[in-house]
Ligand binder design. Structure first.
Ligand code: BGC
Length: 252
Protein backbone atom coordinates (compact mmCIF):
# COMPACT_ATOMS: atom_id res chain seq x y z
CA UNK A 1 0.00 0.00 0.00
CA UNK A 2 1.31 3.44 -0.80
CA UNK A 3 1.73 6.15 1.82
CA UNK A 4 -1.60 7.64 0.81
CA UNK A 5 -3.47 4.43 1.57
CA UNK A 6 -3.82 3.54 -2.08
CA UNK A 7 -3.62 0.05 -3.57
CA UNK A 8 -4.48 -1.53 -6.93
CA UNK A 9 -6.87 -4.38 -7.66
CA UNK A 10 -7.57 -6.36 -10.83
CA UNK A 11 -10.64 -8.59 -11.14
CA UNK A 12 -10.23 -11.22 -13.86
CA UNK A 13 -13.40 -12.74 -15.25
CA UNK A 14 -14.50 -14.73 -18.27
CA UNK A 15 -15.59 -11.61 -20.16
CA UNK A 16 -13.60 -8.71 -18.71
CA UNK A 17 -10.35 -7.87 -16.93
CA UNK A 18 -11.15 -4.87 -14.72
CA UNK A 19 -8.84 -2.81 -12.58
CA UNK A 20 -8.57 0.40 -10.59
CA UNK A 21 -6.69 2.22 -7.90
CA UNK A 22 -8.48 1.76 -4.57
CA UNK A 23 -8.45 4.11 -1.61
CA UNK A 24 -8.27 1.68 1.30
CA UNK A 25 -9.36 4.26 3.83
CA UNK A 26 -12.80 4.35 2.22
CA UNK A 27 -12.95 1.23 -0.01
CA UNK A 28 -13.69 3.45 -2.99
CA UNK A 29 -12.06 3.58 -6.40
CA UNK A 30 -10.16 6.78 -7.08
CA UNK A 31 -11.21 6.74 -10.75
CA UNK A 32 -13.62 4.89 -13.03
CA UNK A 33 -12.57 1.25 -13.34
CA UNK A 34 -10.68 0.36 -16.50
CA UNK A 35 -11.95 -2.66 -18.40
CA UNK A 36 -10.25 -4.73 -21.08
CA UNK A 37 -12.16 -7.51 -22.81
CA UNK A 38 -10.75 -10.84 -21.65
CA UNK A 39 -8.46 -12.13 -24.42
CA UNK A 40 -9.67 -15.26 -26.18
CA UNK A 41 -8.35 -17.83 -25.61
CA UNK A 42 -7.88 -16.58 -22.05
CA UNK A 43 -4.48 -18.20 -21.59
CA UNK A 44 -2.27 -17.20 -18.65
CA UNK A 45 0.15 -15.28 -20.89
CA UNK A 46 -2.59 -13.34 -22.71
CA UNK A 47 -4.39 -12.43 -19.48
CA UNK A 48 -1.12 -11.39 -17.82
CA UNK A 49 -0.37 -8.94 -20.62
CA UNK A 50 -3.89 -7.50 -20.33
CA UNK A 51 -3.11 -6.91 -16.64
CA UNK A 52 0.16 -5.18 -17.51
CA UNK A 53 -1.75 -2.94 -19.92
CA UNK A 54 -4.26 -2.06 -17.18
CA UNK A 55 -1.46 -0.95 -14.85
CA UNK A 56 0.11 1.13 -17.59
CA UNK A 57 -3.22 2.77 -18.42
CA UNK A 58 -3.82 3.55 -14.75
CA UNK A 59 -0.23 4.77 -14.38
CA UNK A 60 0.22 2.43 -11.39
CA UNK A 61 3.65 1.07 -10.51
CA UNK A 62 3.08 -0.38 -7.03
CA UNK A 63 1.96 -3.81 -5.78
CA UNK A 64 -1.11 -5.37 -7.41
CA UNK A 65 -3.81 -7.73 -6.11
CA UNK A 66 -5.52 -9.97 -8.65
CA UNK A 67 -8.51 -12.29 -8.62
CA UNK A 68 -9.15 -15.41 -10.67
CA UNK A 69 -12.39 -17.41 -11.04
CA UNK A 70 -10.46 -20.37 -9.70
CA UNK A 71 -9.23 -22.09 -6.57
CA UNK A 72 -5.96 -20.35 -5.72
CA UNK A 73 -3.55 -21.95 -3.26
CA UNK A 74 -0.11 -20.50 -2.52
CA UNK A 75 -0.41 -18.47 -5.72
CA UNK A 76 -1.16 -21.50 -7.90
CA UNK A 77 -4.46 -21.80 -9.80
CA UNK A 78 -5.86 -25.24 -9.06
CA UNK A 79 -9.11 -25.07 -11.06
CA UNK A 80 -10.33 -22.92 -13.97
CA UNK A 81 -13.98 -21.95 -14.45
CA UNK A 82 -14.81 -19.68 -17.38
CA UNK A 83 -11.12 -19.19 -18.16
CA UNK A 84 -8.77 -21.27 -20.26
CA UNK A 85 -8.08 -24.73 -18.74
CA UNK A 86 -4.34 -24.12 -19.13
CA UNK A 87 -4.59 -22.05 -15.92
CA UNK A 88 -4.79 -25.26 -13.90
CA UNK A 89 -1.41 -25.78 -12.24
CA UNK A 90 -0.13 -22.33 -13.28
CA UNK A 91 1.97 -20.42 -10.75
CA UNK A 92 -0.20 -17.32 -11.18
CA UNK A 93 1.73 -15.32 -8.60
CA UNK A 94 5.04 -15.83 -10.45
CA UNK A 95 3.39 -15.22 -13.83
CA UNK A 96 1.79 -11.91 -12.82
CA UNK A 97 4.81 -10.72 -10.90
CA UNK A 98 7.00 -11.28 -13.95
CA UNK A 99 4.52 -9.68 -16.35
CA UNK A 100 4.38 -6.66 -14.03
CA UNK A 101 8.11 -6.13 -13.89
CA UNK A 102 8.85 -8.12 -10.73
CA UNK A 103 6.54 -6.25 -8.36
CA UNK A 104 4.70 -7.74 -5.38
CA UNK A 105 1.39 -9.38 -6.27
CA UNK A 106 -1.33 -11.32 -4.44
CA UNK A 107 -3.67 -13.71 -6.22
CA UNK A 108 -6.93 -14.98 -4.77
CA UNK A 109 -10.34 -16.33 -5.77
CA UNK A 110 -12.76 -13.69 -7.14
CA UNK A 111 -15.59 -14.40 -4.69
CA UNK A 112 -13.13 -14.50 -1.78
CA UNK A 113 -11.99 -11.02 -2.78
CA UNK A 114 -15.59 -9.81 -2.94
CA UNK A 115 -16.17 -11.30 0.51
CA UNK A 116 -13.19 -9.44 2.01
CA UNK A 117 -14.44 -6.18 0.52
CA UNK A 118 -18.05 -6.60 1.66
CA UNK A 119 -16.83 -7.55 5.11
CA UNK A 120 -14.64 -4.44 5.47
CA UNK A 121 -16.66 -1.80 3.64
CA UNK A 122 -20.02 -3.24 2.64
CA UNK A 123 -23.02 -5.33 3.59
CA UNK A 124 -21.17 -7.60 6.07
CA UNK A 125 -19.41 -4.73 7.90
CA UNK A 126 -21.48 -4.91 11.06
CA UNK A 127 -21.98 -8.68 11.07
CA UNK A 128 -20.42 -11.17 13.44
CA UNK A 129 -20.44 -14.97 13.45
CA UNK A 130 -20.64 -16.87 10.19
CA UNK A 131 -21.54 -15.00 6.99
CA UNK A 132 -21.79 -16.66 3.57
CA UNK A 133 -21.36 -14.37 0.60
CA UNK A 134 -22.55 -15.73 -2.74
CA UNK A 135 -21.99 -14.09 -6.11
CA UNK A 136 -24.50 -14.91 -8.83
CA UNK A 137 -23.09 -14.50 -12.34
CA UNK A 138 -21.90 -16.94 -14.97
CA UNK A 139 -21.31 -19.31 -12.05
CA UNK A 140 -21.91 -19.04 -8.31
CA UNK A 141 -18.92 -17.88 -6.28
CA UNK A 142 -18.73 -18.10 -2.50
CA UNK A 143 -16.85 -16.57 0.41
CA UNK A 144 -17.03 -17.96 3.94
CA UNK A 145 -16.35 -15.33 6.60
CA UNK A 146 -16.23 -15.92 10.33
CA UNK A 147 -15.94 -12.78 12.45
CA UNK A 148 -14.18 -11.08 9.56
CA UNK A 149 -11.75 -13.91 8.84
CA UNK A 150 -11.95 -15.46 5.40
CA UNK A 151 -11.92 -19.23 4.98
CA UNK A 152 -10.65 -19.30 1.39
CA UNK A 153 -11.61 -21.39 -1.63
CA UNK A 154 -14.95 -22.63 -0.32
CA UNK A 155 -16.34 -23.11 -3.87
CA UNK A 156 -19.90 -23.65 -2.67
CA UNK A 157 -21.20 -23.04 -6.20
CA UNK A 158 -20.11 -26.59 -6.93
CA UNK A 159 -22.02 -28.06 -4.01
CA UNK A 160 -24.35 -30.81 -5.18
CA UNK A 161 -27.98 -29.84 -4.64
CA UNK A 162 -30.57 -32.51 -5.47
CA UNK A 163 -28.05 -34.21 -7.75
CA UNK A 164 -27.11 -31.02 -9.64
CA UNK A 165 -24.26 -28.57 -9.07
CA UNK A 166 -25.64 -25.44 -7.40
CA UNK A 167 -24.32 -23.14 -10.12
CA UNK A 168 -25.84 -25.27 -12.87
CA UNK A 169 -29.19 -24.93 -11.11
CA UNK A 170 -29.22 -21.30 -10.05
CA UNK A 171 -26.44 -19.09 -11.47
CA UNK A 172 -27.71 -15.83 -12.99
CA UNK A 173 -26.59 -17.15 -16.38
CA UNK A 174 -29.01 -20.08 -15.97
CA UNK A 175 -31.89 -17.65 -15.45
CA UNK A 176 -31.00 -15.97 -18.76
CA UNK A 177 -30.30 -19.18 -20.65
CA UNK A 178 -33.52 -20.88 -19.59
CA UNK A 179 -35.51 -17.65 -19.71
CA UNK A 180 -36.74 -18.12 -16.13
CA UNK A 181 -38.96 -15.57 -14.40
CA UNK A 182 -37.70 -14.10 -11.13
CA UNK A 183 -40.21 -16.31 -9.30
CA UNK A 184 -38.95 -19.47 -11.00
CA UNK A 185 -35.34 -18.55 -10.45
CA UNK A 186 -35.91 -17.52 -6.81
CA UNK A 187 -37.34 -20.97 -6.15
CA UNK A 188 -34.11 -22.52 -7.39
CA UNK A 189 -31.98 -20.08 -5.39
CA UNK A 190 -34.05 -20.96 -2.30
CA UNK A 191 -33.30 -24.66 -2.84
CA UNK A 192 -29.59 -23.89 -3.02
CA UNK A 193 -29.69 -21.66 0.07
CA UNK A 194 -31.60 -24.26 2.10
CA UNK A 195 -28.94 -26.87 1.28
CA UNK A 196 -26.20 -24.47 2.35
CA UNK A 197 -27.91 -23.28 5.53
CA UNK A 198 -28.57 -26.88 6.60
CA UNK A 199 -24.85 -27.60 6.28
CA UNK A 200 -23.30 -24.40 7.62
CA UNK A 201 -25.92 -22.49 9.65
CA UNK A 202 -24.71 -19.01 8.67
CA UNK A 203 -26.30 -16.01 10.40
CA UNK A 204 -26.71 -14.15 7.11
CA UNK A 205 -26.30 -14.66 3.36
CA UNK A 206 -24.93 -11.68 1.42
CA UNK A 207 -25.76 -11.94 -2.28
CA UNK A 208 -23.70 -10.20 -4.95
CA UNK A 209 -23.10 -10.29 -8.68
CA UNK A 210 -24.84 -8.15 -11.30
CA UNK A 211 -28.28 -9.58 -10.52
CA UNK A 212 -28.04 -8.30 -6.92
CA UNK A 213 -28.75 -4.82 -8.33
CA UNK A 214 -32.31 -6.06 -8.91
CA UNK A 215 -32.52 -7.62 -5.46
CA UNK A 216 -35.95 -6.11 -4.82
CA UNK A 217 -37.33 -8.38 -7.55
CA UNK A 218 -36.15 -11.64 -6.04
CA UNK A 219 -34.91 -11.46 -2.45
CA UNK A 220 -38.52 -11.02 -1.20
CA UNK A 221 -39.47 -14.21 -3.10
CA UNK A 222 -36.90 -16.43 -1.35
CA UNK A 223 -38.27 -19.06 1.02
CA UNK A 224 -35.17 -20.21 2.94
CA UNK A 225 -34.92 -19.39 6.66
CA UNK A 226 -31.65 -17.41 6.96
CA UNK A 227 -31.84 -13.65 6.25
CA UNK A 228 -30.54 -12.66 2.80
CA UNK A 229 -29.17 -9.16 2.19
CA UNK A 230 -27.77 -7.61 -0.99
CA UNK A 231 -24.08 -6.78 -1.41
CA UNK A 232 -23.42 -3.06 -1.55
CA UNK A 233 -20.15 -2.74 -3.46
CA UNK A 234 -21.64 -4.15 -6.67
CA UNK A 235 -19.15 -4.48 -9.49
CA UNK A 236 -16.21 -3.05 -7.56
CA UNK A 237 -16.09 -5.70 -4.82
CA UNK A 238 -13.54 -7.96 -6.56
CA UNK A 239 -11.24 -5.04 -7.35
CA UNK A 240 -11.43 -3.68 -3.79
CA UNK A 241 -10.86 -7.12 -2.21
CA UNK A 242 -7.87 -7.76 -4.47
CA UNK A 243 -6.39 -4.39 -3.53
CA UNK A 244 -6.90 -5.23 0.17
CA UNK A 245 -5.28 -8.64 -0.23
CA UNK A 246 -2.02 -7.31 -1.62
CA UNK A 247 -1.86 -4.39 0.80
CA UNK A 248 -2.45 -6.65 3.80
CA UNK A 249 -0.56 -9.74 2.68
CA UNK A 250 -3.65 -11.94 2.56
CA UNK A 251 -2.57 -15.01 0.62
CA UNK A 252 -4.82 -18.06 0.51
C1 BGC B 1 -15.72 -20.93 -9.87
C2 BGC B 1 -15.33 -20.11 -8.68
C3 BGC B 1 -15.69 -18.65 -8.90
C4 BGC B 1 -17.14 -18.53 -9.33
C5 BGC B 1 -17.51 -17.09 -9.67
C6 BGC B 1 -17.19 -20.72 -10.20
O1 BGC B 1 -17.53 -21.45 -11.31
O2 BGC B 1 -15.49 -22.31 -9.61
O3 BGC B 1 -13.93 -20.23 -8.45
O4 BGC B 1 -15.48 -17.96 -7.71
O5 BGC B 1 -17.42 -19.34 -10.45
O6 BGC B 1 -16.72 -16.59 -10.69
Amino acid sequence: MSARGLSFGIDIGGSGVKGAIVDLTTGELTHERIKITTPQPSTPAAVASACAELCTRANWEGPVGLTLPAVVLDGYARTAANIDPSWIGTDARALFSEALGGRTVSVLNDADAAGLAEDRYGAARELDGLTLLLTFGTGIGSAVLYNGTLVPNSELGHLEVHGVEAEHMAAASVKDREDLTYAQWAERVSTVLVTMENLFWPKVFVVGGGISRDYGKWIPLLSNRTPVIPAVLKNTAGIVGAAMAVAEGITP
